[in-house]
Design a protein around this ligand. Structure first.
Ligand code: NI
Length: 398
């Protein structure tokens, strides 16, 4: 059978699998049913696998009949603590949990790609690893580091690794890839400002935490507008502010929570350092007590230029010459970044925007929907990428 025919043979199944997973979402670190479902699917396809990586992670191993390199394909498997708001027949059956980032589709496509590759074993020169990764949504802990610490690549070390993510901003049939940074570094912070309260009419007897917070917010905004090179990217967002009791009481405490997003390491370090300096200055000038809880999130996702070029050429082969439009990087965080810190490879986006008659909602939205027409294309692309990578590795070996 040709690749086209093999993909055709799993086309219905990939959609059925995705719908099953969509109906049964599980949160980061709790993907037990999802993990056993994956194992059962691999068993049925005769694909050997190992388990016990980051608790629920699974590694499928397809060894070609001929010797060669090792390529890893990764799918994340976890869902989000979101209440799904949709009219889908297969919507989440679990209260407060939803596959709102398309990881159900990622898992379904990787299982299907595995099935196709297993049937092509006699032609394969080398090994294809199917990496099913838990806890992607659990930033900054994630699941990728734990999988590597648990030895997922001890026996077979990938020469290259790929991650595919559904992308509602791109139409079906299109793929987004960049030669370097594609996803941002995503840090998180909580600031607690402690002043002292009092009667609204007697401000001189208190230390107003709301005034301190306002000053701090304004000063923090200058990091991006005044300290960052306009040609670099950075975002500092305060998404939550809490404090005060009622209209005639001066607030003794305010908490601020937010996130810092960057691409380049130097920019991240500069933003982080200015952030702390400004807080110390405000703390001193207002005589307040300011506590900061800063957590470094996922690093930026940085592709290897030559392997992102391969994603482009494989996509052009299976999806057509104009299938890889120009895209800009996203400041969203992604746990795949940690695989890329240790192994060469690329992360890319698979266009999944819904039909024009429907409204598109973004990832992580309770109304999020993806276009299932993209799933067989994603399968085909993963298979083609695996084949092209093995040939490329073979060529390099010679
Ligand atoms: Ni995601």
């Amino acid at each position: 059978m040709t690749l086209e025919q093999l993909v055709k043979s799993v086309e219905n199944k990939v959609i059925e699998t995705r719908r099953h997973l969509h109906r049964h979402p599980e949160l980061s670190g709790e993907e037990f049913e999802t993990s056993s479902f994956i194992q059962q699917q691999l068993s049925e396809a005769g694909i050997p696998f190992k388990t016990g990586y980051a608790k629920t992670g699974v590694l499928g191993i397809i060894q070609g009949d001929k010797p060669g390199g090792t390529v890893a394909l990764r799918a994340d498997i976890d869902a989000l603590p979101i209440q799904e708001d949709s009219d889908l027949a297969f919507k989440s059956s679990t209260e407060g949990k939803m596959h709102a980032c398309g990881h159900d589709a990622h898992t379904a496509m990787l299982i299907a790609a595995g099935k196709v590759l297993e049937q092509m074993k006699s032609e394969l020169s080398g090994t294809v690893l199917l990496v099913f990764q838990p806890s992607e949504e659990d930033a900054p802990t994630g699941g990728s580091l734990q999988m590597m610490e648990d030895g997922v690549f001890d026996e077979f070390k990938p020469d290259v690794i790929f991650g595919q993510h559904v992308w509602p901003d791109l139409p079906v049939g299109k793929v987004g890839v960049l030669p370097n940074e594609i996803m941002g570094a995503s840090d998180r912070f909580k600031i607690t400002i402690k002043g002292s309260g009092g009667h609204a009419s007697m401000p001189h007897q208190s230390n107003d935490a709301i005034i301190i917070a306002s000053n701090l917010i304004t000063q923090l905004q200058t990091i991006v507008s005044r300290n960052t090179d306009p040609l670099d990217s950075a975002v500092l967002t305060i998404g939550k502010i809490e404090g005060g009791y009622r209209y005639n009481v001066i607030a003794d405490q305010v908490t601020l929570e937010g996130t810092i997003r960057t691409f380049r390491k130097e920019v991240k370090e500069m933003v982080k350092s200015r952030f702390h300096t400004i807080i110390e200055g405000v703390e001193r000038s207002f005589g307040a007590d300011v506590q900061v809880d800063y957590s470094d999130g996922y690093p930026a996702t940085v592709n290897t230029p030559e392997w992102s070029e391969l994603v482009r050429s494989s996509a052009e082969k299976v999806l057509g010459e104009d299938s890889v439009p120009e895209v800009s990087p996203s400041l969203g965080g992604e746990d795949f970044s940690r695989f890329l810190q240790r192994y060469p490879g690329a992360f890319y986006w698979l266009g999944t925007s819904v039909r024009e008659t429907e409204q598109q909602f973004p990832l992580h939205d309770p109304h999020f929907k993806l276009n299932e027409d993209a799933l067989p294309e994603g399968v085909k692309l993963m298979v083609q990428l695996a084949l092209d990578s093995l040939s490329e590795l073979e060529r390099k070996e010679r």
